[in-house]
Design a protein around this ligand. Structure first.
Ligand code: ADP
Length: 258
């Protein structure tokens, strides 16, 4: 149960790098229940991709696979698993910056419509692959805004990714955005499994994942929504949820435009 992950610059002086430890988070910040959930998630999210990468790489290294297509498929799997691992580590690092209050934003002037179109493009293949309909309804008048492009895009991609994950085949995911009263309102709606009223606030807590079997069937870390809410708050905005169990979810981000 002593999980420790250290991060320091390669060959660097320890005093100039940062060493960050999962134990710091687990010991100081989490309640017992969420600590157990965290250990389970971290173990799973680190071990599963690593085991897959090792198994596929070992098979490739044996060199008795003649079929080039099969070899390509193995390489793609290794790549996908490495991406999953990297995403988890990125989320953990963002969460740890959030813990110490150093997760900041860098605003630049961005074309909001383009930002949202690009975010939608990132998730479109996943949504199509799952046999769902994807509706993107962006107002013509979104204009420009001073936002942290990468963080807002990350927030939207995360909400769309969840909508795709927790909506059964044949469902619909909708992204809408309007500019209203000097605020940018971004909405991600799905027709999926929904969230029960007693879990509506818990989903924004670190490492929380619903016990709903439809949720447990999907891979996840419980880090996406706490980070998404923090991103909205860093923009002096908010991220809220409206949902009914079995009837889908609507996540609404309201970002003030100075
Ligand atoms: P993850 O999806 O990796 O579990 P998140 O922090 O993104 O973590 O979400 C936390 C939990 O909130 C999910 O495990 C799930 O229980 C619930 N949730 C999030 N988005 C949705 C959604 N669109 N529909 C139903 N449940 C959701």
């Amino acid at each position: 149960r002593m999980l420790r992950l250290a991060r320091a610059p390669l060959g660097g002086d320890a005093s100039t790098g940062h060493v960050w430890s999962l134990r710091d988070i687990t010991q100081q910040k989490l309640t017992d229940a969420s600590r157990d959930q965290f250990i389970d998630t971290a173990t799973h999210e680190l071990r599963t991709p690593l085991a897959n990468i090792k198994a596929y790489a070992e098979t490739l290294a044996m060199g008795d696979m003649i079929d080039i297509e099969e070899q390509k498929e193995f390489c793609n799997t290794i790549n996908a698993e490495a991406t999953r691992l990297a995403r988890f580590v990125d989320d953990l690092l963002s969460i740890s910056s959030l813990e110490v209050g150093s997760l900041g934003i860098q605003r630049t002037t961005v074309d909001v419509r383009r930002l949202l179109d690009e975010a939608a493009d990132k998730i479109r293949p996943t949504i199509k692959q799952r046999g769902m309909t994807f509706e993107v309804k962006l107002s013509e008048k979104l204009g420009e805004a001073r936002l942290d492009k990468d963080k807002v895009s990350g927030m939207v991609v995360n909400l769309l990714g969840n909508a795709a994950k927790y909506t059964p085949e044949g469902g619909t995911v909708t992204l809408t955005a309007v500019r209203e009263d000097e605020q940018l309102k971004i909405e991600v709606r799905d027709t999926g499994v929904g969230i029960a009223a007693d879990e509506a606030e818990k989903v924004f807590e670190k490492f929380f994942r619903s016990a709903n079997p439809a949720v447990q069937d999907q891979v996840g870390t419980g880090l996406g929504l706490p980070l998404a809410r923090e991103i909205a708050r860093l923009h002096r905005g908010e991220l809220t949820l409206a949902s009914k169990l079995g009837e889908g979810c609507t996540f609404t981000a309201l970002l003030p435009l100075q």
